[in-house]
Design a binder for this molecule. Structure first.
Ligand code: NAD
Ligand code: ZN
Length: 246
């Protein structure tokens, strides 16, 4: 593993035509959305299994609904940051570019990213807890009922103990297998299967760049691991790439 922000990194990236970026909560921490694993292991004050599992929703749907409702209210006023914008710009520099995100906040699309795989869903939609019906999100205090089958609606996010939608997972794996350069930013690389994607890329010959102020299980396999915040790397990296590629 090379520790420095090297010329070689820049040239290898500039010479790649198939690029994948995988993002996690760290990138949205920069705009004030808390990451998942705080030092106390709580997610905005509650243990994740109380609010982010199908079992929790079955046990106490109103509690889960109200918790997500509060998160939506908090997130509504937050817009994307320089790192989201840099990733959207990165997309325009490569002929084949896929952004895979574990974030549910929808900020990448708002920043202009187009080819986005939202592995864990999107908090700005609701879906039926029983059938396939989807709708725009609701801020009603009372849980809305499905317009098709009458069952309770829920946020369209993937909870712990739930499967990632097959289409999204296939797309993410396909892009990881095919890419030449894989950038992983702001994820603790603990939640599976997202954490395996850089390994799949590496096994298929891609170079891996990690950007994270803290080491992760991926640090060992990364070709470059930059112990920095994404805001201190990505906007700069894009500017340097632009000057090489123009
Ligand atoms: P995580 O909270 O487990 O890890 C966050 C990582 O980001 C840590 O490794 C941390 O060192 C790093 N980090 C913190 N600040 C950073 C910065 N400025 N630049 C770069 N890295 C930084 O997050 P995860 O790995 O994404 O897994 C959390 C799970 O919870 C995901 O499944 C996700 O769906 C969900 N989640 C989503 C959001 C969101 O949508 N914004 C927020 C919290 C949790
Ligand atoms: Zn339904």
């Amino acid at each position: 593993m090379k520790e420095i922000y090297s010329e070689e990194l820049l040239w290898q990236l500039a010479g790649s035509s198939k690029v994948v970026v995988l993002t996690g909560a760290g990138i949205s921490a920069e705009v004030g959305i808390p990451t998942f694993r705080g030092p106390d292991g709580l997610w905005e004050g509650v243990p994740p299994e109380r609010v982010a599992t199908p079992e929790a929703f079955k046990r106490d749907p109103q509690f889960v609904w109200s918790w997500y409702r509060e998160r939506r209210i908090k997130m509504e006023g937050i817009s994307f940051g320089p790192s989201h914008k840099a990733i959207a710009e990165l997309e325009s520099l490569f002929p084949d570019f896929t952004l895979i995100t574990q974030n549910i906040d929808g900020l990448h699309k708002k920043a202009g990213s187009q080819n986005v795989v939202e592995l864990h869903g999107n908090i700005w939609f609701d879906r039926c807890s029983k059938c396939e019906y989807k709708d725009a999100f609701s801020l009603e205090l009372e849980i809305p009922k499905c317009k098709i089958c009458g069952n309770l609606m829920r946020p369209d996010v993937v909870w712990f103990n739930e499967q990632i939608p097959q289409d999204a997972l296939n797309e993410a794996i396909q892009a990881s297998v095919n890419c030449q350069f894989f950038i992983v930013v702001g994820t603790s690389a603990i939640v599976q299967p997202a954490a395996s994607l850089p390994i799949i890329a590496k096994d298929n010959g891609a170079l891996v760049l990690e950007i994270n102020p803290n080491p992760t299980p991926l640090t060992l396999i990364a070709d470059w691991s930059l112990r920095e915040k994404s805001i201190d790397i990505l906007p700069n990296l894009v500017e340097m790439l632009k000057s090489i590629l123009k």
